[in-house]
Design a protein around this ligand. Structure first.
Ligand SMILES: CCCCCCCC/C=C\CCCCCCCC(=O)SCCNC(=O)CCNC(=O)[C@H](O)C(C)(C)COP(=O)(O)OP(=O)(O)OC[C@H]1O[C@@H](n2cnc3c(N)ncnc32)[C@H](O)[C@@H]1OP(=O)(O)O
Length: 218
């Protein structure tokens, strides 16, 4: 049995880490979890993932990298915590709240009227032909649509549907402007719109529905 599989993931809510249902009960935001170097660690992992996308190693080099990665994974095994206390997704001082699974974005403005952020898809997000994979565009819209919903209602919402219209190619390694806002609120239903621009050029737009979770809803 590995360290990971022995881990107790189903942590009950406490005063320090309140959570209910599928998400944290509060909009958990922190700036200190994981320490001052957490952001730099995430950046290194992002850089590595981007290089892997383009790497064509010799068998010897692949073996060396495997050995290094084994050591790194063993190191990470010593720092695992549960979902509710992990810094990932809570560090509002870091791009994408320090969540490695999201494309890196930096919020420019955010509030009940919506969110504007600068997102930069990197080498890791390559789809084909030198541009961004559409799935990663959807991930960015999903997270920032959820954030617009959260900032509108002060609670956590979950995606019911997410339609992305891909209007033109989305470049890599270039800061783009992404906007999301609640267009219409009907009780728990939040109809969220969004746009992704490269300068003046519209790359994609969003039409989605988020549902505000009821207290304790799984
Ligand atoms: C600058 C400052 C920074 C501050 C930082 C702030 C902190 C940041 C905070 C936060 C950011 C994080 C953001 C993350 C975001 C990620 C989101 C995801 O990816 S979520 C995972 C993917 N989604 C699922 O897995 C859902 C699976 N589905 C469900 O769980 C349920 O179906 C759910 C919750 C969506 C709805 O279920 P029910 O039981 O609660 O509600 P029912 O009664 O079924 O629906 C409510 C109403 O909505 C309509 N509805 C539901 N689904 C619909 C659909 N697909 N299409 C149309 N209508 C639908 C229904 O017809 C109903 O309408 P009628 O009230 O009767 O008028």
């Amino acid at each position: 049995m590995t360290e990971t599989s022995k881990h107790e993931w189903d942590i009950p809510a406490t005063d320090d880490s309140p959570h209910e249902g599928g998400f944290r009960a509060d909009l958990a935001i922190t700036t200190e979890r994981g320490g001052p170097s957490y952001g730099a660690m995430i950046e290194q992992v992002r850089a590595f993932m981007g290089k892997v996308r383009y790497a064509s190693p010799t068998p010897e080099l692949a073996d060396e990298v495997i050995e290094d990665l084994r050591k790194l994974n063993a190191k990470l095994d010593t720092m695992l915590v549960d979902e509710w206390t992990s810094p990932s997704g809570t560090r509002i001082d870091l791009p994408s709240r320090g969540n490695i699974t999201l494309p890196p974005y930096v919020i420019t403005t955010g509030g009940p009227d919506g969110v504007e952020a600068e997102v930069t898809f990197g080498d890791f997000h390559l789809g084909g032909n030198g541009v961004t994979h559409g799935g990663h565009v959807a991930v960015a819209f999903d997270d920032l649509g959820g954030m617009a919903s959260a900032l509108k209602t002060g609670g956590v919402a979950r995606t019911a549907y997410l339609t992305v219209n891909y209007r033109s190619l989305t470049p890599l390694n270039k800061p783009l402007t992404i906007r999301t806002w609640v267009d219409v609120q009907d009780d728990r239903k939040l109809y969220v719109k969004g746009t992704l621009h490269d300068g003046d050029r519209l790359c994609a737009d969003l039409d989605s529905l988020f549902i505000k979770l009821k207290p304790g809803q799984p």
